[in-house]
Structures are given as C-alpha cells and as structure tokens.
Design a protein around this ligand. Structure first.
Ligand SMILES: [Zn+2]
Length: 441
C-alpha cells in the first residue's frame, strides 16, 4: 500500500534529496544543522484506512506499513470555549481520552501520533531504537513498541516515572532506563545520544525524525479535512516545537497543492520562568537585530525547569536556529512566542474543564492561556479562526476509569555517570551491555 519511492527526504539547507531508509535523521553534506523534510509525490493526503486511524493521511506519511490501533486526533468546534474567551470560530485539535467525542488516544497525548508514524517508517529488522523522554513520549513508544515487537530503549529522569502508567506493562523488547538524583530531561537526552551511537542501536531522533513531525502534522490535516481551509492562527504549548514545525510544514504542503490560504500564524506558548524559545525569539526581535547564530547551550537553569507547571515543555535545547527550525517557521508565518506564568496556566486549565467538561494537561493549558491573553489584548480579533492544539486531554478522567499500573525501570543509572564527560562513554556501554540480553529474549 505504501512505498519508499512515493516520497523523498529533502534537506532544508542544501536541497539534497534522499530515498528514505526509514532511519535517516540528517543530510550527508557538510553544512550547518538542518532538518530534513518529506516531499510527497501525491497531491492529496487521503489514503485507504479506517476513518479513525492516523493512516487515513497515509499518502503524506513517510511510512511503509500501518500500525494497528493508531487513532488520530479529533477536531471539533469549541463554541462554548470560544464564547467564553471572545472568539467566533475556535477549532480544537484534541489528543487524549474523551470517548463521547471519539477520542481514544492509547496513552492520552499526541505522542501516540509520533510513535505510530515512527514505527510505520522503520525498515524491517531495525536496530534497537533509543530515545529520551520527558514522560509522554516514553509512554507512547513503550506501548507502541510493546504491541508491535519493536526493540526499544527509553531513557527518562526518575522524576517523571509517576507519569508513566500503562494498561499493560511494557513487553521485554522495551527497556526503561531511569536516571536517579536530580536528573533532568537534558541528562536523559545526553545518555540516549551516547547509546544511540553504539553498534546495534539507533537514535530515534526526536524532532529530526520526519516520522514524528509528519505524524504530528495530522492534527492540522484533520482540521483541513474537516473544514476545507486553514485557520488564521495556530496555538500550541511547545518544548522542542516539533508540533508547530509539523503544522507549518503541513500548511506548506497544502499550499503547494492548491490551497489558497496563507500560512496560519503560529503562536508558540511556553511556561514561565522556563522559556528558551520565547527568550531567543524576543532577542531576535530587537531593533539592533540578530539573534544567536547557534543553538543556545544546554541551560543551567534547572531551577527554572522545575518551577514550571508544564514540565513536559522543559526542553533547553529547542531546534531554534537550524534550517527549517523554530526561527524560520516563526518568520515565515508571521508568528509569535509567548511566556505564560503558572498562575495563568492554572486559570486556563480550570476554564477548559469548566466549559468543555474534560480535564487537560498543563501544556495545553499554556496554549489556552496564551490564546486568552492575545484575545484579551485585541491581538487576535474576534472574527479570526483559531486552531488550538490540545494534548493530554482527559488524562485525569482516564486515570479514574481505566485501571493503570505504574512503570518499573529495568535499570537505574546515577546521573553523575552521565554528567561526567570522561565516563559517559563507559556508562553508555555499560547500560547497553546490561539491557542487551533482555532485548533479545
Ligand atoms: Zn544538506
């Protein structure tokens, strides 16, 4: 049904094109960092698949197979919420658990979209997939890899284990490594990258993986499918910004294929006091010009990271200055970055649950708070159409209705063995050696 030759990977910096091998994350040509993008031969995204499956967008997914039980996000007109905050036309792209609306995301966030597409993209007999997670990605990949027998090593900070609960415990082919002490998401990324470079392992790649981005892009495609046009604005709470980059790429693909609408203006919302994307963008807007030419260094602001409500958004190394990255999409869409304090996040969470009747996760509350603020200041006019990306919906309700079991790490690693550069390589080898037998049982 799907085949590698119906799309190419195109480098955002030099234009080099590649036939996908299902794993490629970057261009071979020597230049600054750049995202690869997919270019599809088909002018239409529709493919034969069940209506509730993400694979109905299969002609614009970089996949060679479908993955069972891969529901897409649900898009609906949030009229009551619109009236409450002062809009006439508000669309919500909802990823989560809300049976009455037909939302059955298996682990409750849009990370399930990423996991389905990444697995659909992989070649047969792939190396062991390695990824770091702030929590939700781990849940999505652990479940998807367990069900599909894909070997996977997931690194998390021990502090997010409470977010990892499953209807069924992960299979043996999924190994969970937890970092002890004051480990952050950044530490998990460092260890995952070190293991991903070892023989037999492959870094999943996060935002660099076109499978992830094109899976997330289905939120915008679902809105276009339903309404036949693009919204004027797109609001999302962002950490790496993968969802926003994906939405922008999808809008570009639709425009290339006859959609006359302008790019939706992207509004990327972060939770203060930890707002690296907002800070970089604000610096870029200064009249003296010029932001940093390189990515920001791994932030030392661990205190700020733990001070935010939406801990899922604590990514200190967002792909800001890379070709095809955050700065480019904000410029191209006349977008904006916002910093939302915890108090406003709490207020937004309360409003959504009160008006829509379902709980949402803090990251979505950050986006709703940003939207409410801009409408309140008259920066988004009442008549504008807005798409609000809501992930992690119905999580609390699901916790009450479905019996979930907490995850148990297969291995604990001391964060000191990751932060010390002189032992990092040995730590990676040790972890790989320890979990290899379990992966191949
Ligand atoms: Zn290139």
């Amino acid at each position: 049904m799907f085949d590698r030759h119906s799309y190419r990977l195109v480098c955002g910096a030099c234009g080099a094109e590649y036939v996908d091998d299902g794993l490629r994350l970057s261009c071979d040509v020597s230049h600054g960092p750049a995202l690869l993008r997919t270019a599809y031969d088909s002018p239409r995204f529709a493919a034969q698949a069940p209506q509730d499956s993400i694979f109905r967008f299969g002609r614009w997914l970089p996949v060679v197979r479908t993955v069972p039980d891969s529901p897409g996000c649900v898009v609906y007109n949030a009229d009551r919420l619109a009236a409450r905050i002062g809009l006439d036309d508000l669309w919500v792209a909802f990823s989560g658990y809300w049976p009455e609306r037909g939302a059955h995301m298996p682990t409750g966030t849009f990370k399930d979209l990423e996991a389905s597409t990444v697995l659909g993209r992989m070649p047969d007999n792939p190396p062991t997939l390695v990824l770091a997670s702030a929590g939700n990605t781990a849940a999505a990949f652990a479940r998807a890899c367990s069900l599909n027998g894909v070997r996977c090593l997931i690194v998390v900070s021990g502090k997010v284990l409470h977010r990892l609960d499953f209807e069924e415990p992960p299979a043996e082919c999924v190994q969970l490594v937890a970092l002890g002490g004051e480990a952050t998401y950044d530490d998990a990324i460092v260890l995952a990258e070190a293991i991903g470079g070892l023989e037999g392992f492959q870094l999943e790649g996060g935002i660099r993986n076109v499978g992830r981005r094109d899976g997330l892009a289905t939120c915008l495609l679902a809105a276009f499918e339903k309404y036949g046009r693009l919204p004027n604005y797109y609001f999302q709470g962002v950490g790496s910004g993968a969802g926003a980059v994906a939405a922008h790429e999808a809008a570009g693909r639709l425009r290339l294929n006859g959609c006359p609408d302008a790019f939706p203006r992207l509004v990327l919302c972060q939770n203060a006091p930890f707002t690296p994307i907002h800070d970089l963008w604000t610096r870029d807007q200064r009249p003296d010009g010029g932001g940093p030419a390189v990515e920001p260094p791994g932030s030392a602001a661990a205190a700020d990271q733990s001070a935010i409500t939406a801990t899922e958004l604590a990514n200190s190394r967002p792909p800001y200055a890379v070709r095809g990255g955050i700065r480019e999409i904000l410029r191209e869409s006349s977008g904006k970055a916002m910093a939302i304090p915890n108090l406003e996040v709490a207020r937004a969470l309360h409003i959504f649950e009160e008006v829509e009747g379902i709980d949402i996760e803090a990251a979505a509350g950050v986006a709703l708070a940003g939207l409410t603020a801009m409408v309140g200041r008259g920066e988004v006019a009442r008549h504008e159409t807005v798409l609000l990306n809501v992930t992690g919906g119905g999580r609390a309700r699901r916790g009450r209705e479905v019996e979930l079991k907490a995850a148990t790490p297969d291995l604990w690693v001391d964060v000191a063995d990751v932060r010390d550069q002189s032992v990092l390589g040995a730590t990676a080898e040790r972890v790989a050696g320890a979990i290899r037998p379990a992966l191949f049982t």
